[in-house]
Design a protein around this ligand. Sequence first.
Ligand code: BGC
Length: 807
Amino acid sequence: MGSDTGWVLVYEGFDPAKQGLRESLCALGNGVFVTRAAAEESRADGTHYPGTYLAGGYNRLATEVAGKTIVNEDLVNFPNWLPLTFRPARGDWFDLAQVDVLNYRLELDMKRAVLTRHIRVRDRSGRETSVSSRRLVHMGDPHLAAIDYRITPQNWSGRVEVLSELDGAVVNGGVARYRDLASRHLEAVDAGEHGDGEIWLLVRTTQSRVEMGLAARTRAYRGTEGGGERADEDRRVVREPGRIGLELAFEAGEGETVSVEKIVSIHTSRDAAITEAALESREAVERCGRFEELLRSHETAWVPLWRQCDVQIEAPGQDQLALILRLHTFHTLQTLSLNTLGRDVGIPARGWHGEAYRGHVFWDEVFIYPFFNARYPALTRSLLLYRHRRLPWARQLAEREGYKGAMFPWQSGSNGQEETQVIHLNPKDNTWGPDLSRRQRHVNIAIAYNVWQHWVTSGDLDFLSRYGAEMILEIARFLGSLATLNGITGRFEILGVMGPDEYHEKYPDSEEPGLRNNAYTNVMAVWVIQRALEILEFLGPTRVSEISESIGLSSDEVDRWQDITRKMTVPFHGEGVISQFEGYDRLKEFDWKAARARHGNITRLDRILKAEGDSPDGYKLAKQADVLMLFYLLSLDDLEPLFAGLGYTFDADVLRRTVDYYLPRTSHGSTLSKVVHASVLDRSDPTRAWDLFNEALQADFADVQGGTTPEGIHLGAMVGTLDIVLRHFAGVDAAGDSIGFSPRLPQPIRSLRLRVRHRGRWYGLKVTRDRVVVELEPGPGGPVRVRVLGEESTLEPGGHCERELPG
Ligand code: BGC
């Protein structure tokens, strides 16, 4: 594996053990659908796993497990549009497992968003053939994808047969842990041929009844670079249940290259401005151009995305840094792009790259929104509306549990009901156990935080007034009703919840789910309620009374909120360390050394301990940052007055002691954890922070969890690393009417360039070790005030401001 000037990810050689990882990391998408980088000629066979996922394309299925019927909503593996294979007349269809692989090189060119594969193989009869394929998923027209598959007989000549299929007979089989669960989400509706040997397929999801119509135009041409005459003859349609294919043939001379182009169109019943999915797709492949034409328009669509989102980083000796950051930007934009705008889609924790976590939407959004706030706030708005539309379900969830307001689910999918499973499989010992993770009510805090951040960075009062205020107020109502007054302490408490550290689900000696007074939840609940109060203050009496009336918010409730902001419990222990939850300090110390010696990789301590009949509940350990999330989301300046209002002392010393206490007790079992720690330590311990940042970069690139990335990327960790570059290294502060830049490059970085948008204007930032230059891009609008290293300056469009950095 190597890199080509930081833009091309290259894998030399075919390695079956790494195939799943490469399929995720080289997946192609456009914010509407993503297709894994499975080989064209492959099927799901334990090594290869072709998968195409539609943004927000879910379906529910019931399964009998351990005597119970459980229903899961999954991100559906939609028809495989890739299948393209060949054979010499009377030979076997090309199958990597049946030939000698003489050469194999996979290249992901991120700048052009093109996946290329060069292979040379020898079959059992000694025939050597080269195949060079290029693939794209069109960024400009999100209904198109294309393959150019060039076949060159190297030491033979003769008739070559090609089979090109649309395969709807696929199931969800990408995650081994889910294989006992029902997996057939698609039913075939119709298929046929049309035009000049074009084929089409219409499928429907079994329960959600989402239709997908695909059409493919497959043609062979002699010669390369888009020229050449048609070579295909003897076209024949082949049908099998759920699949349709086109066979064609051509004569190829020794050393002659014939290019097979497969142009595919995909529409679904969720698309706007269509009549029927299959018809739209048929018409689209009829009218669209050749591969080279599509390639050009596809590349053109990526140009502004890279100009606006690329991070150019120079760090001598750190070859992978620029490449991995690009890979993270690349997958972020493939998961959620401007094509996603206006679609009813949330932010999936694992991209649309695989089936892990079923494509569900968690709190991971909190790590992802900053990226979009600083580039495409309209996309943030669109994504937040996914949550707003699901307020009715969130209200029902709150009501069912006896709360007020809106309680968003821990895992959200199609309609916003709780999608978290009730039991889950421990792959360590193959047993099913209860899943209490839905007790992570803090997902609501993340949603309110995201709405607020969107408001302070974009200044979009229309969004706040029409949607955001309602969400924050409803979440504040929920959190307010979750808090109960303790008659003895005279303080409010939140009971029965889990914090972000999923290793603690309950007290070790108790059957009751959840914990008492998770500090993160309690403090952030106060923060959310304060924002709700702030909204009531400034939104104006008319709008406030309209919203209050529509949600039934009473003045008594608001008085109680005031009280909560003065009397919420925050547990402490020792010499002023914030306790993760009440009683954390009474848990047993965990023997990390012994566990590491016994198990090696101990990131998933929950599975290890449970398989041993033990449980992490009893120990002072954490899967990921929990209390420390407070310092990730809020600054010392935010937290000091909040704690003071509650009557607690909080200062830089408490912060330092708290960080020092939890860091060695964290196993980083979630890829989010290192992002948080790298950010939190950035000021106090830059060396350790830099190490953690680098470890966070490896999460997917090296699949550090040993098998999770093949099941889907970790979008939160990917974007989290980009956010560290933005907020820490570049020191961008976009919260407020003017934007600020206070860069601080870690020692190994020589220079950094990026662009950000604030209030509709684009800024270019260039930082070297001794200098920072901020430029306002030319364009409409007058001069703006910016803060550079804390000093105010005025920038004219096209103008720049340069400052020396302190040594
Ligand atoms: C983490 C959660 C996260 C989820 C989805 C879990 O492993 O503990 O914090 O929301 O993955 O990414």
